[in-house]
Design a protein around this ligand. Structure first.
Ligand code: HEC
Length: 113
């Protein structure tokens, strides 16, 4: 019996560790906190445009590598990375704008905590 229990415990532990380590990237739908931040720079931003930015991030930025943790990077570093990565992800100007609004407002809200 022991022969079976040990591997089960080991794989359950590995699975839990995997789930916890991948849960670090927080990608909830942007809310009023993100909106307030975004509107300081982009007065026309709204909850829908921020959500569109989130969808772009979660669908186009994870094809070559995993999603990067947004608060881990400075605003300048993100601007630089987005300039670099937008062509790789084949984003048009509008998509790049929406992504920038989503990333920078989320960054500011999450890194204040
Ligand atoms: C076609 C593949 C591809 C796509 C699509 C892509 N990336 Fe990347 N990304 C890379 C490669 C390759 C690197 C590492 C080398 C480099 O920095 O150019 C990288 C590096 C990065 C880094 C720096 C990683 C670090 O640890 O320093 C960030 C941040 C990043 N990507 C964000 C994004 C975002 C945001 C998007 C969506 C707009 C995106 N990537 C889409 C290929 C891609």
């Amino acid at each position: 019996m022991k022969k079976f229990i040990v591997p089960i415990l080991v794989s359950a532990g590995a699975f839990t560790f995997y789930m916890c380590s991948s849960a670090k990237v927080v990608l909830s739908t942007p809310g009023s906190a993100e909106l307030t931040v975004a509107q300081k720079t982009w007065p026309s931003a709204n909850l829908q445009s921020l959500e569109e930015g989130r969808v772009i991030y979660t669908s186009k930025c994870n094809t070559c590598h995993g999603l990067k943790n947004i608060p881990n990077r400075s605003e300048d570093s993100w601007k630089h990375e987005i300039d670099d990565m937008a062509p790789k992800a084949k984003l048009n100007t509008k998509e790049k704008d929406l992504l920038t609004q989503y990333i920078l407002s989320t960054r500011e809200v999450q890194s204040v905590k």
